[in-house]
Write a protein that binds this ligand. Structure first.
Ligand code: F6P
Length: 539
């Protein structure tokens, strides 16, 4: 059946089903077993989504009508599905096992990827063994990742999440992440570091991102002032470049021997699996890093080979498409019930909104329907005391993702285990109240201000435990969900042209800051502020 027809059928279905309340849907005895799906150590519970079996059947038809199966094959084979940049999107190749093969443009990508990993492993070992020495001959004990967007959020999120999996050899190495263009992170950090023992990892796919280059220049200046040595020597001892643009990194001053590479078929927001993951590998060791890759690979295989009716990324994508395009829900909260996942919301904000924040389809036509919703989030228990009021009683419909490990602190104190029980109870309570509203408890005497409408749909992702493998699977689940939605919406999730315009305009303003805006080059508001700045800077 053609997509237009299925879409219309779903609209008709919505006209009758949108009034269904989760309170009633959750009365059905086998609802949990029908709407929850397991893959290895990860359970995807969609029972609190406003779906019926009928809706799901038609959503699965929608996926078929969009040729989803062919698109998935194209993704994995390395077709140039990023058509606006004429590139493949082969982040899945980064997690293939060493014995696999994947021909792409006359090269075996697995050989290439394994060689990149080998170089990374060598560097990790040098750092772990204290063999990488700074300008005074002392071993490096501090690593500062300098990057932004995908070159920062992925490694930072994973390092924090897997804090407890630190490799014994990594104990003497402290890791920091610097991203903000305004220098507020780096200026504060440098005061606390020893230049002789600090290594800067300049992570940038393009090696042209102003934010990253500005922070790297500040780091170099700090080293020069501290040591009195030349740029050349300091670049050799204190800088590593992780990039897909070796010539630019070299032109900046980082010699090829100090570079780790990845390829242009890895999108920035999909790059933590590549050498961009250096900080992760330093922290959890190469075996931990490989376990992360393996968890993601197992999710890849599940996504590629499992029937859509049991395929976790496909089902998650379809449940959200139902919310966004039919139930009219355009806000999405990411709520991890585990402080180790503190950076997951920010990571997913980039993954989802930079990928699917599009309003022009693959053929260049303006899209009539909604695409990516507004996504935000916070550690769930903290958000309970901040923005949950809006989820419970606000006027916006919001879909929520609750993410929580079933087990934690198994070999630690009873007190900590109690904290985890408390966290689980709160997670389940919030999902329950959002779904049922008043019906969650007896509210017969409640005032109008105490009434809860409920019917806010949510997804619960229950990990057996948070480990490198389960985290890999979780991230891959989200990556593939984003891809499935892009196919349904007929958009390219792998470009980000909108971001580029902001960079261009910033460049055009750079030299003018602090001078009077006498020309008619800018708009009235911009010139007004430029003149104010001129006043401030010339005092
Ligand atoms: O400007 C957006 C963006 O290109 C992201 O897609 C990317 O993750 C980030 O900037 C950093 O880019 P790079 O790794 O090239 O410095």
């Amino acid at each position: 059946m053609d997509k237009h027809r299925v879409w219309q059928q779903l609209e008709q279905l919505c006209a009758t089903e949108s009034s269904l309340h989760l309170r009633d849907l959750l009365q059905v005895k086998d609802r949990f077993s029908r709407f929850s799906f397991r893959q290895d150590e990860l359970l995807l519970d969609l029972s609190r989504q406003r779906l019926t079996t009928n809706t799901l059947t038609q959503l699965l038809q929608l996926a078929d009508s969009c040729d989803l199966a062919q698109w998935i094959e194209s993704l994995f084979k390395g077709d140039r599905i990023n058509h606006t940049e004429n590139r493949a999107a082969l982040h899945t190749a980064l997690r293939l096992p060493a014995e696999a093969t994947l021909e792409h443009q006359g090269e075996d990508l697995v050989t290439l990827v394994q060689a990149d990993l080998q170089r990374m492993q060598h560097l990790v070992e040098q750092l772990h063994q204290g063999q990488w020495r700074g300008f005074s001959g002392e071993p490096i004990d501090t690593l500062v990742n300098v990057g932004v967007g995908g070159s920062d959020l992925g490694p930072m999120m994973v390092c924090r999440a897997l804090d407890g999996f630190q490799a014994p050899e990594a104990r003497q190495i402290t890791t920091h992440f610097i991203s903000s263009m305004d220098g507020s992170q780096i200026s504060g950090l440098l005061d606390q570091l020893d230049p002789a023992r600090t290594l800067f990892v300049v992570s940038s796919k393009s090696f042209s991102t102003a934010d990253t280059l500005a922070n790297a220049a500040t780091a170099l200046d700090w080293l020069i002032r501290a040591s009195g040595l030349t740029t050349e020597l300091l670049a050799r001892r204190h800088f590593i470049a992780v990039t897909a643009n070796a010539p630019r990194a070299e032109a900046w001053g980082i010699p090829v021997e100090n570079q780790l590479h990845f390829r242009d078929w890895v999108g920035g927001r999909y790059s933590l699996w590549s050498t961009i993951g250096l900080a992760i590998a330093v922290r959890i060791g190469m075996s931990g890093f490989r376990a992360l890759l393996d968890g993601a690979h197992r999710m890849d295989m599940h996504f590629r080979h499992t029937h859509f009716s049991h395929n976790l990324p496909v089902l998650l994508a379809l449940a959200e498409v139902w919310n966004i395009n039919f139930l009219g829900i355009h806000a999405h909260a990411i709520l991890p019930y585990d402080g180790r996942l503190a950076h997951l919301p920010a990571y997913l904000e980039q993954l989802e909104m930079e990928s699917n924040g599009k309003s022009v389809d693959r053929q260049g036509n303006r899209i009539e329907h909604h695409t990516c919703p507004v996504l935000w989030g916070e550690i769930g228990p903290n958000a309970q005391h901040a923005f949950y009021q809006l989820l419970h009683q606000g006027s916006e419909a919001v879909m929520c993702d609750f993410i929580v490990p079933a087990r934690r602190y198994a070999d630690q104190s009873d007190a900590l285990q109690s904290q985890h029980r408390l966290t689980l109870a709160n997670c389940l309570a919030q999902a329950r109240v959002l779904a049922l509203g008043d019906a969650a408890v007896d509210q017969s005497n409640a005032t109008p201000w105490q009434r809860y409408q409920g019917n806010q749909p949510s997804t619960l992702i229950l990990l057996d435990e948070l480990t490198p493998a389960s985290l890999g699977a979780l991230i891959a689940l989200y990556e593939h969900k984003v891809f499935v939605q892009s196919v349904i919406w007929n958009i390219n999730p792998f470009d980000q042209w909108g971001v580029e315009l902001g960079k261009q305009v910033a460049n055009s303003l750079l030299d003018i800051i602090g001078t009077p805006a006498t020309t008619d080059r800018f708009d009235i508001a911009t010139e007004g502020v430029l003149n104010q700045l001129h006043g401030q800077w010339s005092d």
